[in-house]
Design a protein around this ligand. Structure first.
Ligand code: AMP
Length: 282
């Protein structure tokens, strides 16, 4: 596996593969890789990629003031070893100057309207502008045939799909199911911030999503299900940012009685750590 640090090296590698008729996949990440990330690499292969590029870039423009940009875990050597063992062909690990030649503050910024004003977007202003901008740059740099994103970050997946469609970017977006620990906690680089006590509590988020799915299937009103779930999380020691049931295609509020095409989404703080998770309700 090659590790590439600049755009020219990435372009050279990818154009050689494409000239040889190989299908190229991109898997964007912020590093500190775990089994959830490796599953994206494997899914890229299963969807026909002859070559897989994983990008590793802790993107400053998607972190707000006071968020964890500075302390986000950076584990390049460990990630390189893990990727080599999971069939990755190239790791693209640019520095900030390579991604933002005019500086992060002066970058062209991509704003995906509507989808980004709610839920994560409401609690992390500007976050999805940073995500859309860096993903667009990575797609332009790597020019992959397909790019894989996890459903773990459900709203991010919708934002990327919308951007790709609206800007007619020539790439196929592939959605990967969430990989979980045995107790249901969605794998996340941020899980390592949790104390042992917090880690023991954290699977409640997934349990709550399952309970919401059951209650909705039993015919309970959506607002009642959301409120009960938020109250239970709060009494267990979480500080929920939102507990919501939305339409899975655009995150708008469903009509009362709508049961198909829904997703339940939770963001909650546990101590200093903010956790997100979601579940399709079909
Ligand atoms: P991150 O490094 O957290 O920015 O995540 C990079 C990619 O991996 C995103 O598309 C995430 O949605 C995806 N991802 C993160 N955690 C998981 C997980 N537990 N299961 C599946 N995909 C994940």
């Amino acid at each position: 596996m090659q590790t590439l640090h600049n755009a020219a090296a990435l372009r050279a590698a990818v154009s050689g593969w494409r000239a040889a008729g190989q299908t190229v996949a991109l898997v964007p990440t912020m590093g500190n890789l775990h089994a959830g990330h490796y599953a994206l690499v494997e899914l890229a292969r299963a969807r026909g990629a002859g070559r897989v590029v994983v990008s590793l870039f802790v993107n400053p423009t998607q972190f707000g003031p006071g968020e964890d940009f500075e302390r986000y875990p950076r584990t390049l050597a460990q990630d390189q070893a893990g990727l080599a063992g999971h069939g990755c062909d190239a790791l693209f690990a640019p520095d900030v100057a390579a991604m933002y030649p005019f500086g992060p503050q002066r970058s062209v910024s991509i704003h995906v309207p509507h989808l980004t004003g709610v839920l994560e977007g409401a609690h992390r202003p500007g976050h999805f502008d940073g995500v859309a901008t860096v993903v667009c740059k990575l797609l332009n740099l790597a020019q992959p045939d397909l790019a894989v994103f996890g459903q773990k970050d459900f709203q991010q997946l919708l934002v990327v799909q919308r951007m790709v469609r609206d800007l007619a970017l020539p790439v196929r977006i592939v959605a990967a199911p969430t990989v979980r620990a045995d107790d249901g906690l969605a794998l996340s680089s941020r899980n390592q911030y949790l104390s042992p006590q917090e880690r023991a509590l954290a699977p409640r988020i997934h349990a709550t999503l399952r309970q919401m799915r059951e209650q909705l299937a039993q015919g309970q009103p959506r607002a009642t299900v959301e409120q009960a779930a938020a109250a239970e999380l709060a009494s267990a020691g979480f500080a929920p940012d939102y507990v919501a049931i939305r339409r899975a295609d655009d995150l708008t509020e469903p009509a009362e009685g709508q049961r198909a095409g829904l997703v339940a989404l939770i963001a909650a703080r546990l101590g200093a750590t903010r956790l997100i998770d979601n579940m399709l309700l079909d």
